[in-house]
Design a protein around this ligand. Structure first.
Ligand SMILES: [Zn+2]
Length: 265
């Protein structure tokens, strides 16, 4: 085959377009999940640790609930979910905070904060576990860190890491921000699978979402799961439609739920 100038031009053009397409795809991937290429896991975990300190400072020293019974309940939730979670790169830590908001949020690196308002809102430890499983999904899929990078830029994280968070604080809106629909769906899918593995009925997730919508749906400005987690109705339906495997067996998380609820401020 003779390479005429015409044919050469076509081959060149084809290669150029393929390279541009590939480059575009890579750029799109980086923009979608910037942390995967920009921030190492080690730095993410370090960043999360510093952010956790900041959150505790912002809430005040006496915001953390220190009580042996409450601690043992948090431990039971932690153990059940961690037992089912295999091969995670993160070490999860649950912190129970005083606060009326029926809310929980996760920050990069695996720290999860639970407000006492969520414990009071939930009807069982399994409902709390469902919310926690969803939040863990945001950590596992690196939504939390990607969200901060997308809004504040990786430079903000690197300088925060560099100076120990002393020169700037990241706002709570940024830390506890909104996720995209895709992120929410991904975190829900993660939660449903994890709950099944943890011997907790996956429908618990939808149950909490539905009740949250019914009871707090029209309350503006309330910092609840609804305000940061949109489209609860469809997501609740997905949870209800989830079919567990034939071997699934529900095992209640052992704790005195009424006692825990009553002792919280
Ligand atoms: Zn979410």
């Amino acid at each position: 085959m003779k390479l005429t100038p015409n044919r050469f031009a076509w081959i060149f053009l084809t290669i150029l377009l393929a390279a541009m397409g590939w480059g575009g795809y890579i750029a799109w991937k980086v923009l979608q999940h910037p942390a995967d290429t920009i921030l190492s896991l080690e730095n993410e975990i370090k960043f999360g640790g510093m952010l956790s300190e900041q959150i505790l400072q912002q809430h005040g020293e006496d915001a953390v609930i220190h009580d042996p019974y409450a601690d043992s309940c948090m431990q039971a939730l932690h153990q059940r979910l961690m037992g089912a979670l295999q091969g995670s790169k993160y070490q999860y830590h649950l912190t129970l905070l005083k606060g009326n908001e029926p809310n929980a949020f996760a920050i990069p690196g695996g720290n999860v904060f639970v407000y006492s308002g969520l414990i009071k809102f939930c009807k069982s430890p399994e409902e709390v576990a469902a919310v926690l499983a969803h939040e863990m999904g945001h950590v596992e899929k690196r939504h939390t860190v990607n969200q901060i990078i997308k809004q504040a830029g990786v430079g903000a994280i690197l300088s925060y890491l560099g100076d120990g968070g002393t020169s700037q604080q990241l706002s709570s809106e940024l830390i506890n921000g909104f996720f995209s629909r895709e992120d929410e769906a991904e975190a829900d899918d993660f939660a449903l699978l994890l709950l099944e593995k943890a011997n907790i009925k996956p429908v618990m997730l939808g149950q909490v979402f539905s009740r949250m919508k019914d009871e707090h749906g029209d309350m503006e400005g309330v910092m609840n799961l609804l305000s940061t987690h949109p489209e609860l109705e469809q997501r609740s339906a997905k949870s209800s439609a989830y079919v567990t495997g034939a071997n699934f067996q529900e095992i209640p998380i052992a704790m005195d739920w009424a006692r825990l609820q009553q002792m919280l401020p």
